[in-house]
Design a protein around this ligand. Structure first.
Ligand SMILES: Cc1cc2nc3c(=O)[nH]c(=O)nc-3n(C[C@H](O)[C@H](O)[C@H](O)COP(=O)(O)OP(=O)(O)OC[C@H]3O[C@@H](n4cnc5c(N)ncnc54)[C@H](O)[C@@H]3O)c2cc1C
Length: 399
């Protein structure tokens, strides 16, 4: 059987894979990107991804290099202030409020928030502009065999592909990672996240708010106005059975419950999207690469949605790969390049997975005594200005 030859096969067309395909395409490489699920690119269509992604400052140059930022920026809501509220007292009301203001460390906002369904729409449109990128929705990576000089991939439609580099962006159960035999370590919390959109009477003023009580954080992230009303995306983390109970509540009861959990900070919340439910785990692959293949995004690391880290870590993976490929395009996918990639990313990824795991466990605490400890720690960290600024920079991924 004749094989198609390409520089890069991107396995997975989620937000990370689509960005990788656009970025490598813009850099002049021949790219094939495959995904078994055709992307859902309309807000209210069945199966649309109701999560949003807050792109932090360091991710923007990657999106620019992919020719994506000019398409995305007009739809983005800036995040100027990250507010953390501890509502862990007897009643669900704020007892500590701390604002982390981007102006303390930068003349730019911390980041910009966009709905995932819209990201897919704009990314697919961008790929269509790039003649050297072939996006093949409805097709999966079925098999992978590697040797020193190439990766041989069989797609689900029977096509054989020879690639110099496979970029595994095929998610937490990555087919490519399994074919490479790279083990993962997984931590389970028995927790799920509800993700949905709301409108509210009070403006959000570009403040992203994380409210801690028990079960996990309740996070409101600014969105642009929706049909003339102020709007936010919400990620509400709870223990699994409680999350499923909330997801099944009649709308009016759900709205009452989320308004109470939000401590009423934006007034009564109105649900304006489907409620989607996401299992929460932490996971890290033992290596970021195998022969002729690099793992990025959830194929390499999964974290609970705290501090907008998940996809931003993924774009940091991509930034390193793009730099290495640009420095030595002839050595794309060779052992030295992939070893350099592993070394540049693995320690950093491990540190973030560990840090976010600790934050999530602190946020889940139900015991009043532990909740008091958590509130005390927030107060202490916040009151020391250099520590506060260091935390903000660490959250962004800048030094
Ligand atoms: C509730 C929630 C909120 C979040 N909010 C944020 C945020 O604000 N900021 C942030 O940075 N991150 C956030 N994240 C994390 C972020 O959403 C993820 O990091 C990101 O979606 C993962 O992208 P991915 O492309 O790796 O995985 P996925 O979106 O899972 O994509 C993997 C793709 O691979 C495809 N695939 C599977 N098998 C194959 C195969 N054999 N061959 C080819 N393709 C295959 C799948 O169909 C899928 O499309 C959030 C996560 C959750 C759960």
């Amino acid at each position: 059987m004749a094989r198609q030859s390409t520089d890069i096969l991107v396995s997975g067309g989620g937000v990370a894979g689509l960005t990788a395909a656009a970025a490598f395409g813009c850099a002049g490489f021949r790219v094939i990107c495959v995904d078994p699920e055709p992307p859902v690119t309309e807000r209210d269509a069945a199966g649309s991804d109701q999560r949003t992604t807050a792109f932090l400052q360091p991710s923007i140059p990657v999106l620019e290099a992919a020719g994506l930022w000019s398409r995305l920026e007009p739809h983005a809501a800036p995040l100027q202030i990250m507010r953390i509220i501890d509502a862990g007292g007897e009643k669900p009301e704020p007892r500590i409020i701390k604002d982390f203001d981007a102006s303390d460390i930068s003349d730019q906002p911390f980041g910009w928030n966009l709905p995932n369904w819209l990201l897919r729409r704009e990314m697919v449109a961008r790929l269509a502009e790039l003649p050297n990128v072939s996006f093949r929705p409805g097709t999966a990576t079925a098999r992978l065999i590697t040797r020193e000089g190439e990766a041989l991939v069989t797609l689900s439609d029977g096509t054989g592909v020879s690639a110099r580099l496979v970029v595994a962006a095929d998610g937490r159960n990555s087919t490519v990672r399994q074919a490479l035999g790279i083990p993962v370590k997984t931590l389970r919390y028995g927790q799920k996240a509800l993700a949905f959109a709301v409108t509210h009477p009070e403006p959000h003023n570009n403040v992203s708010t994380e409210i801690h009580r028990s079960g996990g954080p309740f996070t409101l992230v600014p969105l642009p106005d929706r049909d003339g009303a102020h709007s936010s995306a919400i990620v509400w983390m709870e223990r699994g059975p409680e999350a499923l109970r909330l997801a099944a509540l009649p709308q009016a009861e759900f709205e009452a419950a989320m308004t109470e959990r939000s401590c009423g900070i934006l007034g009564p919340l109105k649900l304006v999207s489907r409620r989607t439910v996401w299992p929460i785990i932490s996971q890290i692959a033992d290596r970021m690469a195998g022969e002729r293949a690099a793992l990025i995004a959830e194929a390499a690391h999964v974290v609970p949605p705290i501090g907008a880290q998940g996809l931003n870590m993924s774009l940091a993976d991509l930034r390193v790969l793009l730099d290495l490929a640009a420095k030595a395009p002839d050595r794309l996918g060779d052992a030295a390049m992939l070893d350099a990639y592993h070394k540049a990313r693995h320690t950093e990824v491990m540190a973030r997975v560990t840090g976010i795991d600790a934050l999530n466990r602190a946020s889940m605490m139900g015991e009043p005594f532990l909740r008091d400890l958590r509130a005390g720690a927030l107060n202490a960290f916040y009151s020391i200005a250099p520590v506060r600024r260091t935390l903000m920079k660490a959250g962004l991924g800048v030094r």
